[in-house]
Design a protein. Structure first.
Length: 349
């Protein structure tokens, strides 16, 4: 990405989140002339400002729900990475219209503002929960992808190239289960496991940034890029953390919660049938429908493809020792291990 971003101006919506902060650091290292952070949280912006102390980072207090604030933030920008979203499943279940306003209408504002301001490229960040969604968060993320693709279909000559990326759980991101498990280990209480046999994809923040960079370099309008990932059961993940911290594996099983699946899907079999394999990545191009609607009503596809969906159940399944090795690659886990010598010593006693 470095050669493409030297002396360029980039905006990250939701830039104070886990992905945003990692992406800001990567962009600065790549030589970007200016990195703008658009978010609602001025306290997190101030914390970033103090930590980074880099004049190339500009902070915009605003909300993707407000077209005017997005328009101001995109003015003079060449590239946009759209990470702003409501991501917590329970809060979106209780307040689905809020999820619509941020994840769907806010994403539409990002596209419209980028087009008006001649932004060269926009990359949307989506989730495995957008495939066969059963909760409001996944449904609104699926609609976000549709917003991006509808823009491409309806504006074939658009100056702004819009594509999306889709990935699974990002380990140690804010609100994810690993920080919760570590906190419970620190407090000496049983780990709250929803369903031990539930499977989830495992990705690092570095993996998610690499996916966005790949889409940035290779994406065509309307593409969805997917990062392949290994998976494990929630029970094995909890056991691996207990082993690392050398404490007994004690769980409190809560049961499957509303809006949760036993496994997640990164790509449907319909998408896989037209996908291209790039090794660590899958590219799903936009289909050929247009506004004449013939492919909806008068024509069909005679190609039959019987491959399975790409899910956290049929991808490579990591055993406990492999999960432990993967966790040790995460700086956050290593930091917690280094800061808890008394706990690990007690576990050895």
């Amino acid at each position: 990405m470095a050669s493409s971003l030297v002396d360029r101006r980039v905006l990250i919506t939701g830039g104070t989140g886990s992905f945003g902060q990692t992406m800001v650091a990567r962009l600065l290292d790549a030589g970007a002339a200016q990195v703008r952070v658009l978010s609602r949280d001025e306290a997190k912006q101030e914390a970033m400002r103090v930590r980074l102390r880099d004049d190339r980072v500009r902070f915009y207090v605003g909300d993707v729900r407000d077209l005017d604030s997005v328009s101001k933030a995109t003015r003079g920008v060449e590239y946009v990475f759209h990470a702003a979203a409501l991501k917590q499943v329970p809060s979106c279940e209780f307040f689905p219209l809020e999820a619509v306003r941020t994840n769907v209408l806010g994403s539409s504002n990002v596209v419209d503002a980028s087009e008006r301001n001649d932004v060269a490229a926009v990359v949307f960040l989506s989730t495995d929960k957008a495939v066969y969604p059963i909760n409001a968060m996944g449904m609104t993320k699926a609609l976000m992808e549709k917003v991006a693709q509808a823009h491409v279909r309806n504006n074939p000559g658009a100056r702004t190239r819009v594509c999306s990326v889709r990935y699974g759980n990002v380990m140690c991101s804010r609100g994810s289960v690993i920080p919760l498990f570590i906190e419970q280990i620190r407090n000496g209480v049983p780990l709250t496991v929803t369903e031990p046999t539930m499977t989830r994809f495992l990705m690092s923040l570095a993996d998610s940034v690499e996916l966005v960079e790949h889409a940035f370099h290779h994406g065509e309008p309307g593409d969805v890029f997917i990062r392949k990932a290994d998976a494990c059961t929630i029970g094995d993940l909890a056991t691996a953390l207990c082993n690392l911290f050398e404490v007994p594996a004690k769980f409190e099983v809560l049961g499957l919660r509303h809006g949760e699946k036993m496994s997640e899907t990164l790509a449907s079999h319909e998408e896989l049938a037209r996908s291209q394999d790039f090794g660590n990545f899958l590219r799903v191009p936009i289909d050929s429908r247009d506004l004449n609607y013939s492919l909806y009503f008068e024509e069909g596809d005679t190609v039959s493809d019987h491959r399975a969906d790409y899910t956290s159940d049929n991808t490579t399944r990591l055993a406990v020792p492999e999960v432990m090795s993967l966790l040790l690659t995460l700086p956050e886990v290593r930091q917690h291990l280094a800061s808890m010598p008394s706990l690990t010593a007690a576990g050895r006693a």
